[in-house]
Ligand binder design. Sequence first.
Ligand SMILES: [Zn+2]
Length: 167
Amino acid sequence: MSSAPWTFCPRCASALSSDGGMGARRRCTSATCDFVHYANPTPVVVAIVELPTGVVLARGRGWPEKVFAPISGFLEEGEDPREAVVREISEELGLAARVVSLVGVYPFAAQNQVLIAYHAVPIDGADGEIVKGDELEEVKLIPVARLKGWPFATGLAILDWLAQRNA
Ligand SMILES: [Zn+2]
């Protein structure tokens, strides 16, 4: 769910109104204030984590029963996306991992996000055992031969990753 647009200016508390531009951009209606709320998409890192037995897909807390996706998370302030994805893998799966490659960058307009997807594997010597973090309801391993993408959001990253493997 994308959040509701702001109603009032955070600088002067005058009303905001749509300026008719792209997306949810809103402008302060005060003649003496130039605030514009651009509502830029939020960057989110996505991890296609490959273990010897398959790729990790997870169901987040509160998600519908059948919905699984690669793990993902928000960048923290000042954080390198590659470090963020390694941190998310550690927090959500209890795995020490390293980035193999950037898979691609994808839109997720419904959530006002831009997805930065990496292929990652456990670091050398790690046992690859998953210890599920609090944000996840359920984790499963899909053998690569059975892995399928879908035509939006993180599914686009899986489609590209599978295509890159077969190239
Ligand atoms: Zn204002």
